[in-house]
Ligand binder design. Sequence first.
Ligand code: KE4
Length: 433
Amino acid sequence: MTALNSHKSDTLFDRAKSVIPGGVNSPVRAYKSVGRNPLFITKASGSKIWDADGNAFIDYVGSWGPMILGHAHHRVIEAIRKAALDGTSYGAPTEYEVRMAELICKIFPSIDMVRMVNSGTEATMSAVRLARAFTGREKIIKFEGCYHGHGDAFLIKAGSGAMTFSVPDSPGVPAGVAEGTLTATFNDLASVQALLDKHRNSVAAVIVEPVVGNMGCIPPETGFLQGLQSACTKAGTLLIFDEVMTGFRVALGGAQELYGIKPDLTTLGKIIGGGLPVGAYGGRRDIMEMVAPQGPMYQAGTLSGNPLAMVAGLETLSAIMDDPKFYSRLEAKAARLTSGLQKVIDALWLPLKQNRVGSMFTLFFAKQPVRDYATAAASDREKFGIFFREMLERGIALAPSQFEAGFVSIAHSDEDIDKTIEAARQSLAMIYR
Ligand code: KE4
């Protein structure tokens, strides 16, 4: 393969590193775990992105989830353009926020009220504070390898970039905060029950990625989510579904629609901002009424419910809902990809495993099925890095970490997908020759 010309990206990265920690504004973008400099992107459209050197790639990062329609969808761009002519932020309520809240409450039966914030991290931090305020309890249970943003309480055995860079327990988190976070094993109900029994009446909430994206994609095993819900109900502990990634992704109503669960609180983000900064938390009315100014639990944000983010999200959801076959079409695209990859794996007898839920997927360089942190962590990161680089050389931009999910958008064509499968066949044949 001819080496990718990335001269302009490399130059930009050198400049960036002298003024931005690690040269990036979010660690996983640095490509550190895949052994090359990051590409600096100049534009994107549909399923494609272009870097500073003019190289085009079929993109499976999709801004880490928001780009379910594909990049620069004309309806979203036009909505932002029009709204921007009326100003970019008022620091005052707008009708857009009411429409977004009404739409979320309509789509998610478990959500009676919702508060908009500016990121998934803000959403999960606020949801946990609210659970503690509502229950009067202090501890929370999360799952090893799950990632809920960079709030102190969550950087305990965290996934995503924290897992990628092996800093699952970040320095700077006070011991007192760390003590408040208990960790269980995903897909292992007994590990949850043991903690609830040991810390009886002191666990405010269990927070879970109902379909994990941040160890790579890991689906819940049959009965796991239902078991979580009943264990929480019995213990008087709130169940928080972190659907920042899965909301509107694995189904319009997220994982809770897919698996028939009504969590007490839900966090959302990504898709509901259409690519602009957004997050949200919502749930049972009796809980949400504790949030200021209606109740005593304080949470605020200068740009919460920003009009441009609202219109981008509203137009994204409207475009999805205008197509009654949207999710079946998206499923067919993702299934085409992973069944094509499976044919390559089987033909070459490769020790690789795939997980997929809807349009979230991960190819694990693992000999055993990946069902939790330990089986994910056993993946061959070095081989993944080589695979990532080989795919990039062939015009395919995967998520730059073994511990991230990839995303198929409605804009990915059969041609894109078939090209991806062929690139994977060539790359894997080279790695395992
Ligand atoms: P943000 O604060 O990054 O908007 O959202 C945090 C978050 C919360 N919950 C879940 C389930 C998430 O996946 C995320 C963020 N996802 C990562 C991708 N794994 C964002 C990418 C990044 O950190 O740059």
